[in-house]
Design a protein around this ligand. Structure first.
Ligand code: IMP
Ligand code: MG
Length: 186
């Protein structure tokens, strides 16, 4: 079933980078690391909507620790594939994170504009600790001094979709992650 889904090739997807199985294995081993690092603590795991929703859902179900879940949504003004650097909080946290250990879960760390702003926003609430967990890291495009504490895959300067990541809100539901050629979407 899952391999059938992975075999559906859309013409605008030029390459499948990570299969459902590869994603699952990476998320499982990351969950083990996080569980061991936060053993005995109460962790607030924050999903940055919408791109990290599938990664987040898979990750938290494999955590072997006490945790609470929260959600935030931030948008960066700009075109579909280029971040502008101006970030706005659209949906806010519903819990008080002051004095708590917080793990921000993001789909991809690209220019770093979003997470840089989110870190400032979170730190202003004086949590006990804040760390960044991202599924993908694109270090070649970084514009802000920010790094992930946890990351599954480091990728090159390609625009990727699937497993939560979108182009104009499409492709989030793909079970794999592929490289998109935006020119072929026109
Ligand atoms: P940053 O602020 O430039 O680090 O980018 C953060 C957001 O841009 C991510 O959370 C994604 O929503 C989006 N983004 C960056 N690169 C990609 C990509 O290759 N595919 C899909 N979305 C991306
Ligand atoms: Mg997005």
């Amino acid at each position: 079933m899952s391999s059938e889904v992975n075999e559906i090739r859309l013409p605008e997807i030029t390459e499948i980078l990570y299969s459902e199985e590869e994603l699952h294995q990476a998320v499982s081993s990351l969950a083990q690391r996080i569980s061991s690092d936060y053993a005995g603590k109460d962790l607030v795991v924050v999903c940055v909507l919408k791109g990290s929703v599938i990664f987040f859902s898979d990750l938290v179900r494999e955590l072997d620790i006490n945790c609470t879940l929260d959600f935030i949504s931030a948008s960066s003004y700009g075109s579909s594939t280029v971040s502008s650097g101006v970030v706005r909080i659209k949906t806010d946290l519903s819990t008080d994170i002051s004095g708590k250990d917080v793990l921000i879960v993001e789909d991809i760390l690209d220019t770093g504009n979003t997470l840089y702003c989110l870190m400032e926003y979170f730190n202003a609430k004086v949590p006990s600790s804040v760390r960044i967990c991202t599924l993908f890291d694109k270090p070649s495009r970084r514009a802000k001094p920010i790094n992930a504490d946890y990351s599954c895959f480091t990728i090159g300067d390609n625009f990727i979709v699937g497993y939560g990541l979108d182009f104009n809100e499409k492709y989030r539901n793909l079970s794999y992650v592929g490289i998109l050629d935006p020119e072929k979407c026109k």
